[in-house]
Design a protein around this ligand. Structure first.
Ligand SMILES: [Cu+2]
Length: 453
């Protein structure tokens, strides 16, 4: 049990005992823990204004309790083990068992009280990125509050005066704490549920780690040369598909807390940016895009009507960001004849395989010994073979008749006959049927169900 002295022990953060008096009758809210890195179902509101809840890609939403009209949440900052993809785990810092932390969801006009318990070995705070709030709730160590010491719990309490899409992260030793995975989403739904309604609403953060092959802890001093580019601390094929029912109105909200920009590209559609972390974009201010650049420290939400069925690729357009752990300082061997040098190297290293002189696509299919806890550079498989990408890649799967609450993977798209690119074999083209590409059946131990692991 945490005493009042412990809560107040960090300094004069709380504006008197008023906040304490209101919560003392109930004590600290429960701090739920999530064990799984799988995408959890949306958390529908049980009281107050109605809204369409978000789903967090490979994440979850933090439950709250009501206390005299105030929504109370409890975040616990702590070391976590996060599975980046099946077979690869990182030792990170996060919240309530996962990195990123759970998504906080509330409604414009709500008053929230967020308890933050620090179980890290150093002090921390939480900054509420983009929210309009009293200065003393802004979470900047030294400037607006003392750091929350290890073992202590601080309280943030404020009114949600505007709707939109925001983020939370520490403003204490932030280079280290964000490099270790401390971040989360904060979605505030409009009070008026008829304002820009959607059928599906996906959220996730872009984050990046530099984890040496064979190790588990990110190198926190790295500034540019990251080797695992993540969506919500997952890399493809560990990233869930975005399952969408045909003709749904869909919103995708992407926040970027890496050290570089990410041009996020979705195949098969054009769309418009409808919200930034500054607020909603008026219809007359929007323009069409197929790729939207997510700047560092920013959020972009875009919307589209899911008119076109299929398995539509969805990825960062920086092609190095769709590769898992790799070295970037490998020489280019395209066009180089390595026959002679291969013979020489095999005298001392009989298993040596020449690579790269025909390009790098072989990497997607090659079975090669790798260090422990190291995912292949190109790991994912589709119904036609190796997808030859990793990291910031997923698939938007648009299907007829998915139920409104079904976000599970609908499997690979069954293409209508005559709609798949095919090999020309003579004068009379013969259309290829979906799933009929026998020569491309993957000969791999994952059985071709790549992105479900
Ligand atoms: Cu990128």
């Amino acid at each position: 049990m945490i005493t009042r002295r412990q809560i107040l022990g960090g300094g004069a953060l709380l504006a008197g005992a008023a906040a304490w008096t209101k919560t003392s009758a109930m004590g600290l809210p429960e701090a739920p823990i999530m064990e799984s890195p799988d995408m959890q179902p949306p958390l529908f509101p049980t009281s107050g204004p109605d809204y369409q809840p978000v789903v967090t890609l490979n994440g979850w939403t933090l439950p709250h309790r009501m206390n005299n009209g105030v929504k109370e949440f409890h975040l616990v900052a702590e070391p976590v083990e996060r599975e980046l993809a099946p077979g690869t785990t990182a030792y990170l810092w996060g919240y309530n068992g996962q990195s990123p932390g759970p998504t906080i969801e509330a409604v414009e006009g709500d008053r929230v009280r967020i308890f933050v318990t620090n179980r890290l070995p150093e002090h921390t705070t939480i900054h509420w990125h983009g929210l309009i709030l009293p200065n003393g709730m802004d979470g900047v160590t030294g400037l607006t509050q003392p750091g929350i010491p290890p073992g202590k719990t601080f309280v943030y309490e404020f009114d949600l005066v505007k709707s939109g899409t925001f983020m939370y992260h520490p403003h204490a030793d932030e280079m280290v704490q964000m490099a270790m995975g401390m971040m989360g989403f904060f979605v505030i739904h409009p009070k008026d549920s008829s304002f820009m309604p959607v059928d599906r609403d996906f959220v996730f953060l872009l984050n990046a780690y530099d984890i040496e092959p064979g190790s588990y802890v990110p190198r926190v001093m790295e500034m540019t040369d990251f080797n695992l580019w993540c969506m919500n601390s997952r890399v493809f094929p560990g990233i869930s598909p975005l399952a969408v029912s045909k003709n749904d109105r869909v919103r995708v909200r992407v926040g970027n807390l890496t050290m570089t920009n990410h041009p996020i590209h979705m195949h098969g559609y054009d769309f418009e940016v409808t919200c930034t972390d500054g607020g909603w974009v008026r219809p007359e201010a929007r323009w069409p895009e197929v790729t939207i650049d997510i700047p560092v420290g920013a959020m972009r939400a875009y919307e589209f009507d899911a008119k076109y069925e299929g398995d539509w690729a969805f990825h960062c357009h920086k092609s190095h960001h769709t590769m898992n752990a790799m070295g970037h300082d490998v020489p280019t061997f395209i066009g180089v004849d390595k026959t002679e040098v291969t013979k020489k190297i095999r005298r001392v290293q009989p298993e040596y395989m020449p690579m790269g002189n025909r390009g790098m696509a072989d990497m997607g299919e090659m079975e090669m010994p790798l260090p422990d806890n190291t995912i292949k550079m190109m790991e994912g498989w589709g119904q036609f073979g190796a997808i030859e990408m990793g990291s910031m890649f997923s698939v938007v799967k648009v299907r007829q008749g998915l139920s409104a609450t079904d976000y599970s993977d609908p499997g690979w798209y069954q293409h209508p006959e005559g709609t798949v690119a095919y090999e020309w074999t003579g004068d009379t083209p013969a259309p290829v049927k979906s799933g009929d590409a026998k020569t491309m059946t993957p000969a791999n131990p994952h059985g071709g169900h790549g992105n479900q692991g």
